[in-house]
Ligand binder design. Structure first.
Ligand SMILES: [Fe+2]
Length: 569
């Protein structure tokens, strides 16, 4: 049985293909259209998944989509009618938009399905939960999903057993932690729905000076329920993207919002730190209650907020859960996988498929194709006897190296298939990459890819229940760098002494693992600095040509694609 999953439509569209319960391919649409956070019908991603599997559209039996349009309208429209007293113009415009949006969504999905497929609209949050739980190593787990908004739900808890997913509690709009964090993102002069990770990075530079105030805005109760005090907001009845998300009361208390080109000051850093802290405390509160309620020791999480790896790190250390699984595409794109798998298990009696330990589910370009592109562009290249040793030497010599290998990653993180690599032991490397390659803000940290078996030497993964265990293959957890090691790896140690770790296992990524091993033999340090293979504000590269373009338009020193090495000097 071949099932297509569709994730995202408003933004971050993606497709996944599940054949007989196995995830065969999953691709973000942005990587193919080259428009970051691309929304709409993911036509190219669907075609790409089918091509990877060698199937045609007519071979697809079912299509699972990421949201239920009628559930969405049945909740959103009555709410907007109620709000019309306060903001008649906007409410009317919103209702019109809602009809149009859903019509576009339904017809878009219909146009996508092929001749033989049945179309299924899946509920958003359970499909989020499925995207993590059904590929997790857990037979049984507590489930938590947190995002901006689904149809109407914003936070959702449940229980997963085998292939079964049961809801426990749903929190609805407007009490959304995603809305709160996006409102802060907008207030601090970044783009909401895309730049939340900048707030997280900035938070480490500030003090949570406003935490007590924010605890009155996002109010957590002892039983794990929470709500937002709406008097601080206006986005639930006014167009936040135009007039700002917070109300006059907020602006009077915390000052004017930062404009995009204004400098980031101490007040902004402290607001970021306070927002990050309240998010962490509230989600910790939810996790404690969920643990009490379910009695389960494992947690699987999804939703855009589950991409907040500083929050995830605190959950790992401080929540009562022994193990936590987050899927690499925790946002709406990942629902492509969740919707398809959930559908598969609803339609068949078959047991669970593979655990997702590898995000490399996209297209691959064979050696001959890479060579053809290099020759076509008349680029001098070498084919060293041992490409891994050659690359390790280049990195150890201080070069910034583009690393293009195998199948492209699914989800927002580069995990060693489309990565830019550098030496983490050099204090100046962070600034060099920011200046010459990534052209991005200085407060954003770079992450390490570390040999899984040696991660404990540098990072503290303990939480009392798991002494030293460290398993973070998707770079979605922040760990403290051991104090005595911080000076040894300055380029990946964030200002607060933490790092967003990717653990690399030999059986999952043999070539990447061998590269880091070779680097460790030269330097004694079992990790490399890993940042995504793209310039700031463009999607991660997919094809060899895109890699070459990015290589020559930035200050990278070397490019390693498959078995071929290109150097500038
Ligand atoms: Fe979502």
């Amino acid at each position: 049985m071949n099932i297509l999953g569709i994730g995202g439509f408003s933004h971050d569209s993606a497709a996944a293909l599940v054949c007989d319960g196995r995830v065969v391919a999953a691709v973000d649409e942005e990587r193919l259209t080259r428009i970051k956070h691309q929304g709409g019908v993911p036509r190219r991603a669907v075609a790409c998944c089918l091509e990877v599997a060698g199937l045609a559209l007519d071979d697809v039996d079912h299509v699972g989509c990421y949201m239920r349009p009628f559930l969405r309208m049945s909740r959103r429209i009555p709410y907007r009618i109620k709000q019309a007293v306060r903001s008649p113009g906007y409410s009317l415009a919103y209702i019109a938009y809602e009809f149009l949006h859903n019509a576009r969504y339904v017809s878009g999905m219909r146009g996508l399905r092929g001749a033989n497929a049945r179309l299924h609209f899946m509920e958003h949050h359970p499909a989020h939960a499925a995207s993590a739980f059904l590929v997790s190593p857990f037979d049984e787990a507590a489930l938590l999903t947190v995002d901006y908004i689904g149809e109407w739900a914003v936070t959702w808890t449940g229980i997963g057993r085998g292939t079964d997913i049961r809801p426990l509690r749903t929190t609805n709009y407007p009490d959304s932690l995603g809305v709160f964090y996006s409102a802060i993102t907008d207030y601090l002069g970044f783009r909401r729905a895309t730049d939340e990770y900048k707030v997280m990075g900035l938070a480490s530079y500030g003090e949570p000076e406003y935490y007590d105030d924010f605890a009155r805005i996002v109010r957590l109760r002892k039983d794990g329920r929470y709500d937002l005090d709406r008097s601080w907001f206006q986005c639930h009845y006014a167009p936040g993207s135009r007039v700002g998300y917070f109300s006059r009361k907020f602006l009077d208390r915390f000052g004017p919002p930062r404009k995009r080109d204004e400098p980031v000051e101490e007040r902004h850093r402290n607001i970021a730190a306070s927002a990050q802290r309240i998010l962490e405390e509230v989600v910790l509160g939810i996790a404690h209650a969920l643990h009490r309620e379910t009695g389960l020791d494992r947690l699987s999480m999804a939703g855009g907020v589950a991409l907040n790896c500083a929050m995830n790190g605190r959950l790992l250390r401080e929540s009562p859960f022994e193990a936590i699984y987050v899927q690499p595409a925790a946002g709406d794109d990942g629902i492509a996988v969740g919707a398809a798998l959930q559908l598969h298990h609803q339609l068949t009696e078959s047991p669970r498929g593979d655990v997702m330990r590898d995000a490399c589910l996209g297209p691959e370009y064979p050696s001959a194709e890479i060579r053809r592109v290099l020759e076509l562009a008349k680029i001098p290249y070498e084919q060293p006897e041992d490409v891994v040793e050659r690359t390790a030497a280049l990195i150890a010599e201080g070069n910034i190296v583009g690393w293009f290998q195998g199948r492209m990653e699914f989800g927002p993180r580069a995990l060693g298939a489309r990565s830019i690599l550098a030496d983490p032991t050099r204090a100046d490397m962070k600034d060099l990459i920011n200046k010459h390659v990534k052209h991005r803000e200085e407060f954003r940290p770079f992450a390490p890819s570390v040999l899984a078996e040696r991660a404990h030497e540098f990072f503290d993964g303990s939480n009392g229940m798991r002494p030293g265990a460290l398993d973070s293959p998707f770079m979605l957890f922040v760990y403290p760098v051991r104090p005595e090691k911080r000076a040894a790896v300055p380029a990946i140690t964030h200002v607060d002494g933490t790092a967003r770790v990717q653990t690399v296992s030999k059986d999952v990524a043999p070539r990447y693992h061998a590269l880091i091993e070779a680097f460790a033999r030269r330097t004694g340090v079992p990790m490399v600095l890993n940042t995504s293979f793209n310039d700031n504000n463009e999607p991660i590269v997919n094809t060899p040509i895109e890699a070459i373009r990015c290589f020559y338009s930035t200050g990278m020193d070397a490019l390693v694609m498959g078995d071929y090495v290109v150097t500038k000097r």
